[in-house]
Design a protein around this ligand. Structure first.
Ligand code: C2E
Ligand code: CA
Ligand code: CA
Ligand code: CA
Length: 277
């Protein structure tokens, strides 16, 4: 009788929890997720195209629901940005990255992890002291933390510029993400002391096809070189794309051809297999 009673009690509690969550708005659910630290980070390797070595990874957030399912970032990051919850999420990601990869980053000084910043993070520079504090007493060097922000983050050039300058003074590298999809022009970028440019997947997709945008890709590469930026091609899925990129001296690639985003332990194993820089 006792186990049956316990089972019924657990069932009722479960139903109450489920119903109370179900009645919440998406924003209410996200607020709880932030409070309960329901986010995890997966790491997608970034490889040196010439050697195939692993040079680092991009940290990509996922929301792990209490039922164990993972929610993709495009389904909650926009709401988090609109509502301002993104600041708390970014802070949690910074802490997770440091916790997850401390050993690997300390053992190999040339590895880096790129963290995605939202436009608000870039505008306010609020994250910089958060990162500084998270790195204290870890042995991880600031140059092992890269920051990436999309063109949306650089629309307000004045504040973006001071954030980029400050980030680089602290030792971080800064990359412009999803390049080619937004408002940036060459003149826009010239005023920003960036380190790297990530070519958006939509341009990589057109490589080795004859679509109109495929003619844009070489111009993006040339422009990045003129500005002395390191280039990372995102969404690399085929060897034909790698061949094209290597012919044009693009240094780094990231995409399913190499690896999908994965938990920290798997990423460490991947790097050891692929070779470290
Ligand atoms: P993103 O910064 O452009 O990240 C790259 C996305 O492309 C990732 O999707 C990655 O899984 C996916 N991807 C990489 N290689 C390939 C490939 O070869 N083929 C295909 N089809 N997809 C590939 P994910 O993880 O779903 O992230 C989506 C977006 O959510 C990111 O786009 C980024 O804008 C945003 N995001 C992710 N994590 C964070 C975060 O921690 N903070 C913020 N603010 N935004 C984040
Ligand atoms: Ca990114
Ligand atoms: Ca990107
Ligand atoms: Ca992209």
């Amino acid at each position: 009788l006792l186990p049956l009673g316990a089972f019924i009690a657990a069932f009722i509690i479960g139903m109450v929890v489920w119903l109370s969550r179900r009645r919440l708005s998406p924003l209410g659910e996200l607020q709880i997720a932030v409070r309960k630290h329901e986010f995890i980070v997966h790491y997608q390797p970034i490889v040196a195209l010439r050697t195939g070595n692993c040079v680092g990874a991009e940290a990509l957030v996922r929301w792990r629901r209490p039922d164990g399912s993972l929610v993709r970032p495009d389904l909650f990051v926009p709401l988090a940005e609109e509502s301002g919850l993104i600041a708390a999420i970014t802070d949690q990601i910074i802490a997770l990255v440091v916790l997850d990869l401390k050993k690997l980053l300390v053992a190999n000084r040339s590895l880096h992890i790129a963290i995605n910043l939202s436009p608000a993070d870039v505008r306010t520079a609020r994250v910089l002291p958060v990162i500084e504090k998270a790195l204290q007493h870890t042995g991880i060097q600031p140059r092992q933390i890269w920051l990436e922000a999309t063109e949306r983050g650089f629309v307000d050039v004045g504040s973006a510029r001071s954030t980029v300058i400050r980030a680089r003074e602290l030792g971080h590298a800064v990359a412009i993400d999803d390049f080619g999809t937004g408002y940036s022009s060459l003149s826009h970028l010239e005023g920003l002391p960036l380190d790297a440019l990530k070519i958006d997947k939509s341009f990589i997709d057109t490589i080795a096809t004859d679509s109109a945008t495929s003619s844009v890709t070489p111009h993006i590469i040339d422009m990045a070189k003129t500005l002395k930026l390191k280039i990372i091609a995102e969404g690399v899925e085929t060897q034909a794309q790698v061949d094209y990129l290597m012919e044009r001296d693009v240094d780094y690639g990231q995409g399913w051809l190499f690896a999908k985003p994965m938990p920290a332990a798997e990423f460490m194993a991947y790097c050891r297999r692929a070779g470290l820089p």
